[in-house]
Design a protein around this ligand. Sequence first.
Ligand code: GTP
Ligand code: MG
Length: 478
Amino acid sequence: MNDTIAAVATAYGEGGIGIIRISGEKSLAILGEVFEPAGKYAGAVSRRMMYGKIVDWKSEDGQGNKTDGAWAIGRRETRDKEIIDEVLAVYMKGPKTYTAEDVVEINCHGGIVPLRKTLALVLRKGARLAEPGEFTKRAFLNGRLDLSQAEAVIDLVKAKTDKGFDVALSQLEGSLSAQIEKIRKKLLDLLVDITVNIDYPDEDIEELAYETLEKNISSARDMIEKLLRTASTGRMIREGIRIAIVGKPNVGKSSLMNGLLRANRAIVTEIPGTTRDTIEEAVNIRNIPVYLIDTAGIRETTDQVEQIGIEKSKEAVQRADFVIFILDASRALSIEDREIATHLEEEKTLVLINKQDLNHVFSLAEAQKLISGGAFIHTSLSNGEGLTEIEDFIEKMVYGGQVTQKDSMMVNNVRHIELLMQGKDSLVDSLEMARRREALDFIEIDVRNAYERLGEIIGETVSDDIIDEVFSRFCLGK
Ligand SMILES: Nc1nc2c(ncn2[C@@H]2O[C@H](COP(=O)(O)OP(=O)(O)OP(=O)(O)O)[C@@H](O)[C@H]2O)c(=O)[nH]1
Ligand SMILES: [Mg+2]
């Protein structure tokens, strides 16, 4: 923690500018070693941008050895130097910085070579190459962010949709932390009550104590449940959902794929068996990242290539979060339709009765016999009819009707969900014990456990391994 770290903070590649970030005690000193300001200069002022050059001094000491020039800032040097880049540099004094340490940022010309050269020089002057996420980790270790906020930083960077970004931003601003703190405060009060009662068992307050205990435990449990209810939506917004499109050949699967993508991605022909391999494409549907998987039509076949494609279709169904099953209204329901239906879970399936523009040869009731619980939409995909209803349906399914779209407070991180569930389980156990009027010592153990699990979310009671694990998911320079 005491050393000074540096990394390229911008994306690798060519760009208008590229930024080297340095954080730690030696930041300013290192800047002084590598930066030569243009014009008159009186010393670095915090948060003031300076124009100048990155230079590698080539001077010699009395013994003829090359030495590095110290403190170029403020002194016009006449010694030999190699100019590395022309830059804008800024020094930001801690603790009101990203890492809560002294930070320097050097805006170089964006490009792999200038950045690499400047970084190499900065490292030679005493900085160490930062690990992925180390800047944010320092912000956490220095108490500027809690762990859930630090995790929100990764989500912010990796957000795939506006909605995912909103959720991450709200979490970074501390919305989740505030909820967790509220529940923990409640549990802490509970623990104090329990301790008082354990310590003074003679007082005649036992019965009352149990009643209040029950009330408080269940209220804390309700608060956790409320957070957990936002979880599946939150996770889908963050990670996206995989939707497999299945059906027998020629029903219009690839037409749906193209319709939702608003592009001719998959080949559509009147020949059954056109799609032979699964095709995956990402699309943003109402701000939800969706991975669409178009599959080969499932049927009995002796064609080896088609058979492999069909195996992959079946796999796609297994791996999908949701399935769109297409029927062709103009052809009778067949063994193939029935066979496919048996592999689908009704609550995870949307059935499209496609080709509405042609003659219908079976009724909705007949289709419902195939897969009773599923939702049905009538479509005419070659004309783009029904696409809006399908998108409405996906949106409704993801938001589940519980969370309004504007509400950005959602739990979306698997680690947080797991800890909330563990916390809830402990509270359920302790509630049971309170109802059975068991000894307070036992109840205390579970309440304390819940308190600690919630603490892990914000990083108050968390082991180093978990911290390392969390930050290892960051990119370099963040
Ligand atoms: N009349 C009519 N034709 C449609 C409709 N939807 C798709 N088709 C036609 O049906 C044929 C098959 O469409 P595809 O989208 O290729 O069907 P698929 O399910 O991907 O077929 P495979 O890849 O062979 O499994 C094409 O000629 C489409 O133009 C529709 O709503 N009405
Ligand atoms: Mg197809």
